[in-house]
Design a protein around this ligand. Structure first.
Ligand SMILES: [Zn+2]
Length: 245
């Protein structure tokens, strides 16, 4: 294949645009801003679970408190009833000591229940502090996630702009080349990542492998408009003044 050397040189511009497109695609797939969003989403899930667990814990304690309060109330009512009987003067002597005995055990029972109630209320107090802490942590996580998502969206939008600019440049450049040259270039690029590169200091700019002297001699003798391929990676080797031939 033969193509004007000046047109061949423009392949380097196309290769530059394509390298930029590859960088953009890579950056998009490994966007640190997206990784941060993923990390913060996981962290937020953890905080949300913790906050829900604390709420469930408080509900459980509230139920325990209501139950204990009901029990204390029932004991107190029985004490009141017993005292009423004692003061009514209608109770026989034998029954009197039974009632006094019962009053004693009711008081002990109530004291145990009240201690228990106090303990549960203290637990609830502590859990309310946990609840506040979990809530504050969750709203900070929400805010952090929102900020990270905004940064991610901005980074994505920047990439989108860069990609559109490259695609526009590429569309403009493509028209400069014969279609069979572009076909070779695109096939090579699809297979090896780089379609064309500068030959410089005896090295192919695509694979960086040094070309042996015999091959260099053949290259030096080739017609200026001959399209040369790298003997190692098959990339189109573009010769310019910098090639040192
Ligand atoms: Zn090469």
């Amino acid at each position: 294949m033969n193509v004007e050397p000046s047109v061949q040189t423009k392949l380097l511009q196309l290769a530059g645009v394509d390298a930029e497109l590859t960088r953009i695609a890579h950056r998009r797939s490994a966007l640190p801003e997206q990784q941060e969003v993923t990390r913060l989403t996981g962290e937020r899930h953890g905080y949300k679970d913790a906050a829900v667990a604390v709420e469930i814990g408080i509900d459980d304690l509230d139920r325990d408190i209501r139950k204990l309060e009901g029990e204390v109330d029932a004991v107190r009512k029985r004490e009141d009833r017993d005292r009423d009987m004692l003061t009514s003067g209608t109770v026989a002597a034998k029954q009197l000591s039974e009632i006094q005995h019962e009053l004693g055990s009711l008081e002990r029972r109530r004291s145990v229940l009240e201690d228990e109630l106090l303990t549960v209320m203290e637990q609830r107090e502590a859990m309310l502090a946990d609840h506040d802490h979990a809530g504050a942590r969750l709203s900070k996580a929400d805010q952090d996630l929102e900020d990270a998502e905004r940064l991610r969206d901005e980074a994505m939008a920047d990439l989108e702009v860069a990609q559109q600019r490259c695609e526009k440049d590429r569309a403009e450049l493509i028209g400069l080349f014969p279609t069979d040259l572009i076909a070779v270039y695109d096939k090579q690029r699809a297979a090896h990542g780089v379609g064309a590169a500068l030959l410089q200091a005896r090295r192919c700019g695509a694979c960086r492998i040094e070309i042996d002297r015999g091959e260099m001699q053949r290259i030096a003798q080739a017609a200026p408009d001959a399209v040369l391929r790298c003997p190692e990676c098959s990339a189109i080797m573009v010769r310019t003044k910098e090639s040192g031939l």
